[in-house]
Design a protein around this ligand. Structure first.
Ligand SMILES: C[S@@+](CC[C@H](N)C(=O)[O-])C[C@H]1O[C@@H](n2cnc3c(N)ncnc32)[C@H](O)[C@@H]1O
Length: 254
């Protein structure tokens, strides 16, 4: 049994909601508010195993704070269709990627790995740009399934896994892309993420990160910054969001 004890905007009172019943960590990974009230940013939720915070993510869905990879996967499995529909504005990220790749006249067959690819919104443009050797990795099976159903991805490889657990054997990629995913790695997991990226990136390869914030200090432990540029994404309602585009290469001293 769970109950929402507080929520933050000006509103108080009972809320109708649904929640994830898998409860891998004895708490729901997500909560969906059914009332159409004003936008609530945070929920404080009492459960039999403790009190947890949830943050508004998309539509009326809330993700538990400090979600584990499993909880992130449960959450994205639930919201995959909504995400894919609402985030089509991320297609433009694909244009940014293609422009950056084309500048170096890279062969179209170079192996590219998209980490946290989700349903592959931005990667469609990379395929349209002629790049042929693409792998999509995501922890959410349902997000990848959306991509799998799209014929454009028919020649792509798919890896359903937490990135930190994925076994690449001796595989090296010339391009790593992480669009809107690096914020899922913090502290120790960010360090592990960067070490793993360095390990699977070819010596002359490029690491492309697109996000609202880029963890530059941590990146510079392992990568030499080649480029950082500001871009803007406009969503379906005309709301503009600034994103940073980072390109790094493995530090020569390493
Ligand atoms: C905000 S979406 C980004 C999707 C897409 N790249 C885009 O730009 O729209 C973040 C994605 O990261 C995935 N993700 C989060 N943590 C992950 C992890 N540890 N390993 C692999 N994928 C992860 C989620 O499942 C989700 O599909």
């Amino acid at each position: 049994m769970i109950e929402i004890s507080e929520y933050y905007t000006t509103n108080r009172g009972l809320l109708n909601f649904e929640y994830d019943k898998i409860e891998v960590n004895s708490r729901p990974a997500w909560i969906k508010i059914l009332d159409k009230k004003e936008k609530i940013k945070f929920l404080k939720v009492n459960t039999t195993s403790g009190r947890f915070f949830y943050t508004s993510f998309i539509d009326n869905y809330y993700l538990v704070e400090d979600a584990s990879n499993e909880e992130v996967s449960i959450f994205y499995n639930e919201i995959c269709e909504i995400y894919n529909k609402k985030m089509q504005s991320h297609k433009i990220i694909g244009d940014f990627i293609v422009n950056n790749l084309n500048k170096n006249n890279l062969p179209k067959q170079i192996p590219i790995l998209s980490i946290c690819s989700g349903s592959g919104i931005e990667m469609k443009k990379v395929i349209d740009g002629g790049y042929q050797n693409i792998t999509l990795l995501d922890v959410s099976k349902n997000m990848l399934n959306i991509a799998k159903k799209d014929s454009r991805f028919k020649d792509c490889k798919f890896i359903i896994s937490d990135f930190l657990q994925a076994n690449f054997k001796k595989m090296k990629y010339d391009i790593l892309i992480c669009s809107m995913g690096i914020h899922y790695f913090n502290g120790d997991s960010l360090n592990k993420f960067l070490i793993k990226c360095k390990h699977i990136l070819s010596k002359t390869g490029e690491f492309h990160i697109i996000n609202i914030n880029i963890p530059l200090i941590e990146l510079e432990r392992y990568f030499r910054t080649e480029k950082i540029k500001n871009y803007e994404i406009e969503d379906e309602n005309g709301k503009k969001t600034k994103v940073l585009y980072y390109i790094g290469k493995i530090k020569v001293s390493d």
